[in-house]
Design a protein around this ligand. Structure first.
Ligand code: SAH
Ligand code: F3S
Length: 483
């Protein structure tokens, strides 16, 4: 999943805590981190709406303030701590206001927030949101409210999310929770627990409901979507113990994509995140087969060095990753591909770093999400490997990676110029209310004059110019998926 850290509350330019009228108590909810957190906040808002909470964007007006937190890097946690200071300053003038921490930091720090730091009233981990009504009850009575129990089954498949701050066009649908991969740098397996998949029927129902209420694009979310596997419930790791019947009727990610693509032929389908070690040719072929599945793959690699990949416990080599890229390009020649990269993992040498740059040169990614290594307590790297790359070296390497990514992004956007591409309109362009902003299949932002087109329309746009991040064009006619 892509990070949304620098723009709390914003994703793709949308404000996520807009008002949703309903009850008489006011909930203010802010989300940090990955798309999954933003999606989880919609589940939280749904659960609390049944308890009489309506959402507000005005902090001072809130009875309950919740912050859905991210632990992926130290900086993400610092950002949340600063916000908690602000919340507590408001609370000091409004003592009835309650403050709760949700998500990965809640799971990682558990009781520490309440007992040592005393800066919040409630601590709720990512698998405990159904307990919120009772936790809120405890807080109301002035009691301690903590639930950080991780679950082997919870997928929130039965909760219809309240779409917060929605543009009415694009929505997230979560399909798996947790992660079993144990990359040595990553805190997610500890904060989000074991991997489990959601019942395909509940996924299809959510997708159909979204279509019926006017949505045109969904992104299927999971830490590792390629590893989706439904065999009637249970953990992914227990599949071997499933019955013959369960094995014969199991639904994998390629099957799920097929089901969703066929259920709504005019709905755009995206997914995130793919893991190179689990992505199969079947998935790539299903993508090629259905024209409503967007031709875009977020395929984090983290490093181009075999030695570092091994130390990260990424279960593929540089060569295998390059062959996967070759397969994608031969089956889907116009596929957009993006990366996540970590600079300065323990023991990384200049040679390892050059391997990363040369891999980037080979792939020429359309987009990238690039980070300096941040040691996370409790992870294998945090426990066993010294964080030995000096900050200035990490920064310099990260900058070189970012520079190269910008060069490749421009190379990719230039390749769209002169083509006519189907764009789904998401809203006003950031710079002008006379222009629409949408995306092409490859997930690149396209800006063009509004003319008579409306938000949510599919429009064929002739691409005339570009920057490294944006395509500029002119609408030609409605697109093939306009219904
Ligand atoms: N599979 C997940 C990964 C979540 S973390 C997904 O859905 O994308 C997102 C990205 O953060 C990772 O791909 C990695 O590049 C980065 N990251 C994770 N842990 C990190 C750490 N300790 N330091 C720096 N970057 C990290
Ligand atoms: Fe983290 Fe690796 Fe899973 S990056 S979320 S442990 S695939």
């Amino acid at each position: 999943m892509n990070e949304v850290e620098k723009n709390p509350n914003k994703y793709n330019g949308e404000t996520l805590n807009v008002e949703n009228k309903g009850g008489d108590r006011k909930l203010y909810i802010e989300s940090y981190g990955c798309q999954m957190n933003f999606s989880d906040s919609e589940i939280v808002a749904s659960i609390l709406s049944k308890e009489g909470f309506s959402t507000t964007t005005i902090l001072e007006e809130a009875d309950l303030v919740l912050v859905n937190t991210c632990s992926i890097r130290e900086k993400a946690e610092q950002t949340v701590r600063k916000r908690l200071e602000t919340f507590n300053a408001v609370k000091s003038k409004k003592p009835d206001m309650k403050v709760g921490v949700l998500g990965c930091m809640a799971e990682r720090l558990k009781h520490q927030f309440l007992e040592e730091e005393k800066i919040v009233d409630m601590v709720v981990g990512p698998d405990a949101y159904k307990d919120l009504p009772s936790l809120v009850g405890k807080v109301d009575e002035g009691r301690e409210a903590v639930n950080v129990i991780l679950s082997k089954e919870e997928t929130y498949g039965d909760i219809a999310p309240v779409r917060l701050g929605s543009n009415g066009v694009t929505a997230f649908v979560s399909i798996t929770r947790g992660c079993d991969n144990m990359c040595t740098f990553c805190v997610v397996p500890f904060t989000r627990g074991r991997e489990r998949s959601r019942d395909p029927e509940s996924i299809l129902k959510e997708v159909n409901d979204l279509w019926d209420t006017g949505f045109k694009e969904i992104t299927l979310l999971g830490q590792n979507v390629d590893s989706y596997l439904w065999y009637g419930g249970g953990l992914k790791k227990d599949f071997e113990k499933a019955s013959k019947m369960q094995k014969a009727t199991a639904v994998n990610f390629a099957d799920l994509l097929t089901l969703v693509a066929e259920a709504q032929p005019n709905m755009r389908i995206r997914f995130s995140t793919s893991n190179p070690q689990d992505m199969t040719l079947d998935v790539i072929e299903v993508m090629a087969k259905y024209d409503n599945i967007c031709k875009y793959i977020h395929l984090p690699v983290q490093s181009g060095s075999d030695r570092i990949l091994k130390k990260m416990n990424r279960l593929h080599t540089r060569e295998e990753y390059m062959r996967l890229i070759d397969n994608i390009r031969s089956i889907i020649p116009d596929c957009g591909i993006s990366q996540d990269m970590i600079a300065g993992f323990p023991t990384e040498t200049e040679e390892d770093h050059q391997d990363t740059l040369s891999l980037m040169e080979y792939v020429k990614y359309d987009f990238g999400f690039m980070f300096a290594y941040s040691e996370r307590p409790g992870t294998l790297a945090g426990r066993k490997f010294e964080d030995d790359i000096p900050e200035e070296v990490k920064k310099r390497r990260l900058n070189e990676i970012i520079q190269m990514q910008q060069k490749h992004a421009l190379y990719r956007t230039q390749s769209h110029v002169g083509k006519t591409e189907e764009v789904l309109i998401e809203g006003d362009s950031k710079k002008s209310d006379q222009h629409w902003m949408g995306r092409n299949s490859q997930n690149t932002v396209v800006v063009f004059e509004k003319e008579h087109y409306q938000i949510g329309d599919y429009v064929n746009v002739k691409i005339e110019d570009c920057t490294s991040a944006t395509l500029l064009g002119k609408a030609v006619e409605y697109g093939a998926h306009q219904s």
